[in-house]
Every structure is written in C-alpha cells, then in structure tokens.
Design a protein around this ligand. Sequence first.
Ligand code: NAD
Length: 424
Amino acid sequence: MSYIEPAPIKDKENPLESMMQRFDKAVEILGISEEMYHILKVPRKQVIVGLPVMMDSGQIRTFEGYRVIHSTILGPSKGGIRFDPDVNLDEVRALAAWMTWKCAVVDIPYGGAKGGVACNPREMSAGEIERLMRAYTTALLDVFGPDQDIPAPDMGTGPREMAWLMDEYSKSKGMTVPAVVTGKPLVLGGSLGRTEATGRGVMVSALAGMEKLRINPYRATAAVQGFGNVGSHAATLLRDRGVAIHAISDISGAYYNDKGIDIAAAVAYRDANKGSLEGFSGAELIPGDDLLTLPVDVLVPAAKEDVITRKNVSGIQAKMIVEGANGPTSSKADDIINEKGIMVVPDILANAGGVTVSYFEWVQNRIGYKWTLERINRRTDRIMKDSFDKVYEVSQKHKVSLRIAAYIVAIDKVSSTYKFRGGF
Ligand code: NAD
C-alpha cells in the first residue's frame, strides 16, 4: 500500500504507531482494496479551532483545540475530549481511528472521533477550565450533536466538564439535550454502572479467555498493574469470581502476597490514603516493574501505555494478558508473546466495557428512561462475551492472535458497511 498516514512522530515506539502496524497486518489478511484502505485511513473531518479565554488575571489567552471525526459510517461518531499540554492534531487523529475500531469490534452503532485542547488543566483554576470548555463547545456547535458526534471524558476531563459541555450545547438549542455527551454526572443523565464498566469488561474478557485455556477461576491467580478506575474494579470483580489477586500496583510501587490480597481492604486503604496504596500493609512491597513478570495465570496491565516491550517481554510468565489500559503492549513485543503462546485479549476488545456503557447512557437519554444497574451489567456482560467469542472464532479461522483478529473483525465490519451503503 502506498498511502502513509502522517502518524504522530515521536522518538520511541508509541502505542499509536503500534496500532497502525497492527491495522496494516489485519488489512493484509482481509485483502481489502487499495481504495478501501484509503477510505479507512483518512478521517472524514478534522477541525482546528482557536479558543480565546479570559484567564483569572484578566488577560486573554488563546488555546488551540481539535476535533477529528474518523468515521461516521456505522453511526454518529463517539470519542473523548483530552485536556493535556501534549495534545496535537496527529495524536487526536490516531486516537479517533482507534475509537472507530473499538466501537466496531463490540458492534456498537458508532463511528470514531476524538477531541482535545492543548492546555495544562493542572495549572488552571476551575473557572478557567469552565470558560475553556464552554468556548470549545461553542466553537464546535456544528460538529457535536446526539445524531452527529457525541463527546465523552478523556485524560484531563471528567463528569464536571461534560456537564458544562451539555449546558452550553443545550443553551444554544433552547432545550436540554443530555444525549449530546456521555460521562455526565448521574444527576444530569449519567448512567449507573459507568464507573466500573471498563473493569467489568476486563473481568468478562478474562473469564472468557480462561475458559478457552481451561483455567479454573477458583484456582487461578492474577496480577493487576494500576489501581485506579480500571485496575481496582477489575481486581475487585475478578476476586468476586474466585481469582486470587497476588499482586496490585500503582505509581507508589507493587504489592505482593502469594496468599492473595484482600482487595476490598486495599480499595478502602487507597480511598482513605488520598488515592495511593503507599504504606498498604496487606502485602509485601516489591519494585513496580516486577509485577509484570510474576508467576501468575492472568496479567492485567491497567495503568498506562507501553509497559510490555521488547525489553521485558521475555520475562513474562502469565498464561494470558488482558489489556485494561490502552496500548500497554508495544507491537515489537507481539511476536515474542505469540511465540511464547501467551493469549492476549487486546485493548480494543478488553477495555471496551467503558464505551459500551457510554452507549447505554446515550440510549437511556434518548428514550428518557433510566435502566437499573442489573440491566446495564447484564447487557454489558453479553456484549463483551459475544464480542470475545466472535474475535476468538476469527482468530481460529485465520490462525492469528486475538489482537489481529479484533482488527479484522472491526475493519471487516466498517468496510462491508461501506460496500453495502454504496455511497462514499
Ligand atoms: P486512573 O488514573 O484512574 O488510574 C491509573 C492507575 O495507574 C493509578 O493507580 C496510577 O497510580 C497507576 N499508575 C500510573 N503509572 C503507573 C506505573 N508506572 N506503574 C504502576 N501503576 C501506575 O486511570 P484509569 O481510568 O484506570 O485508566 C487506566 C488505563 O485504562 C489508561 O490507559 C486508560 O486510557 C485506559 N482506559 C480507561 C477507561 C476508563 O473507562 N477509565 C476506558 C478505556 C481505557
């Protein structure tokens, strides 16, 4: 293929380049036409906006904001808004494509998008962030919409910012439009179950993988890197299903106990300790990176990107890796993992529980009716399990890893939709 996506340029291998390499591998196996390859790679819309904002000092500072719609062929586009100093158009463009594949692999009727503003929210007051979010929303009023493009939180933004976006958008329309954004506070139409949804999807994927590998959860052990939203809920839910969690970690280090960690006690300790596990006494403190190479059945990287690389992959002893984080495994580590026979449930499948419940939030907003937590969990579990089974079947058919199979499922769905619709 001749087209080269101007992917983010960085000196080390980054997760977005890794994604593009896997995309190319899947495309080769699927054998799609060169025309389709170009259609899938080039985003539908890329918007750059200048955002003058009054700072608390009285000075006006102008920020640069982006929104990239990668695809809307399956439905309105969906993707978070990132407030971070490193945000740039290339990164947003690659993350938007990532969302297209993630939604397609779990068969949610959404396309992919991403947005961001180059800013440092840690150095801004709440008032400055609010004015920035309102300015960003106003600048993108023509782009956003419940049937067009539905944002959500990402790095540096949360329910508070989504509430401001919803308010600004609603004022412009003269009516309350909750379905324009997901990840809202519960009182504004947020969904039950959203907080734990990604960890829940990780748990469902892990159990589905264990079943294929004939690992009995009640005899299984796991290590979970990262004890934030995804990691702590994944650990809690796996523990509830019988898995002994031998190690957990956060930025303060890793905590190891070969009798199994009391996860409820670790969560309570973290919540009472400003969000940190530092000083947790229910386990032995070990160096953070040692967690990745412990002799456990299941390894759940749920902290950050690029933690399993060519440098440490040979030491991994787990039988399966379930990627809670986005891009925790570099593409250069893939071949060694495959040679070692380790099953990897890839990020675009394993952590899709979050976008699934965001979709449920949008559905509930549109029908004007709140579902119970029990209904949300049941439907999330079904979507995650069905998606795993589909990806597993494709991996068997093409004799490829679950990762490449997930890309095949996603790319096949999007490209065949194009073919059926006919109009480009
Ligand atoms: P979070 O900020 O709640 O938690 C991150 C955790 O990782 C914290 O405990 C932090 O201390 C720990 N950590 C950071 N660096 C570490 C390191 N080097 N070693 C060990 N621990 C480290 O974030 P989160 O929402 O749980 O997200 C985690 C990952 O999952 C990210 O890659 C994110 O993009 C991805 N993800 C999150 C969601 C979601 O719904 N929250 C959905 C999909 C993907």
